[in-house]
Write a protein that binds this ligand. Structure first.
Ligand SMILES: *Cc1c(COP(=O)(O)O)cnc(C)c1O
Length: 376
């Protein structure tokens, strides 16, 4: 048993750090008299665009909306195909389905969690309109290779950066590496609100304006609706909270990186355990999750739980096997690498408030459990 139980992610501890600032933010919004489409959201959009190195940011209701609003703004819909990773959170696929297009899954590279650019070209058909690259677990996807393929075939390239606030590729932040990017501010993400939130970042002014209009009932002038839009807006209060969180995001990510380095050094060479790839000079993860693989994953999770260490599985059932796609041809696809991830992946505790002591408890527990599992 660990001296103290180690939570997977202690949101209460994270929020407690900001109690005074959040209360001040609430007062600011109350004093302003505006709860939507006001100065806090505009300021957050400016600050987050600058942080991502893009010229535009549009706050929306959540990460899922950010994804499908971009697809819709590009005119992608029925009859179109969009290439997606076979292994990701289901929102990536559902965003494609939401606009009436078909997600076309491509397996990850054998040695990594992200989409394999070498397999993308074989999945392109005359109906393909876009590729969605997911920086899964915070690790940047192979954007150089994907951009080259997208350019050659005239496809749009959308980043699903919901797990990658602060990840960098070649010195540039994720969120600035494709034609547009979708972020989520779900509370558990590296940059989390006190509720739902999301954003689109892009250097394309026309796209930013179109997303903003679609997300505001198709209107840019009150009560004039140029198109049949939806309601998906980031509100003033969440924007004010996010501005506070954004101030500490670099420090939070640096802390996550130190935890990841401690895990990589302290868990190397354990029997049956595969560790995630570490950072390289030009590929830096946001370390949203620290995902190991083990052939006896469920037994490992149980032994860790018995030692007081909480873990989660991201994600236990592959998307092509979900009920959501049971009535489609996608359910008949053979995606053995996505299956293997669902069978073997285990996420260890990581977060901006994890203490050295807790990291030590995780290391001891994983070492003990792996030794136990390797006994004949
Ligand atoms: C969280 C997440 C989303 C969806 O974000 P929400 O804000 O929950 O809608 C999309 N894609 C990935 C990869 C995610 O992790």
């Amino acid at each position: 048993m660990a001296d103290v139980p180690v939570p997977f992610l202690d949101l209460q501890r994270i929020n407690e750090r900001h109690r005074a600032a959040y209360q001040a933010a609430l007062s600011r919004v109350l004093d302003s008299g505006r709860v939507l489409l006001g100065e806090e959201t505009a300021a957050f959009e400016r600050e987050f665009a600058a942080w991502c190195g893009t010229s535009h940011c549009v706050g929306v209701g959540n990460g899922f909306d950010a994804l499908h609003l971009v697809l819709r703004a590009w005119g992608i819909g029925a009859g179109d195909e969009v290439i997606v990773p076979s292994h990701t959170f289901i929102a990536t696929w559902l965003a494609v389905s939401e606009v009436g297009a078909v997600p076309v899954p491509v397996e990850p590279a054998p040695e990594g969690c992200n989409i394999d650019p070498a397999r993308v070209e074989a999945a392109i058909t005359p109906r393909t309109r876009a590729i969605i690259a997911v920086h899964l677990y915070g690790r940047p996807a192979p954007m150089r290779e994907l951009s080259e393929i997208a350019r050659r075939h005239g496809l749009k390239l959308l980043e699903d950066a919901a797990q990658a606030h602060g990840a960098q590729l070649g010195g540039r932040p994720c969120g600035s590496l494709g034609d547009a990017a979708a972020f989520s501010f779900y509370p558990g993400k590296n940059l989390g609100a006190l509720g739902d939130g999301g954003a689109v970042t892009t250097n394309d002014l026309a796209l930013a304006e179109r997303v903003r209009r679609i997300a505001n009932y198709g209107s840019s002038v009150k009560y004039q609706h140029e198109l049949a839009g939806v309601n998906s807006r980031l509100d003033e209060l969440q924007a004010a909270f996010l501005r506070e969180r954004l101030r500490v995001l670099d420090a939070d990510n640096a802390h996550r990186r130190r935890v990841a380095q401690a895990y990589l050094a302290g868990l190397a060479g354990l029997p049956g355990l595969t560790l995630p790839a570490g950072d390289e000079a030009d590929r830096i993860s946001a370390w949203h999750l620290f995902v190991v693989r083990h052939t006896h994953r469920d037994a490992l999770a149980e032994l860790l739980a018995a030692r007081g260490v909480s873990t989660l599985v991201h994600y236990p059932l592959p998307i092509h096997r979900q009920g959501a796609y049971a009535d489609t041809l996608l359910s008949q696809q053979s995606l053995p690498l996505a299956d293997a991830w669902a069978r073997e992946a285990l996420s260890l505790p990581i977060g901006p408030t994890l203490t050295d002591k807790e990291v030590g408890s995780v290391l001891a527990a994983v070492r003990g459990a792996c030794a136990e599992l390797s006994l004949p």
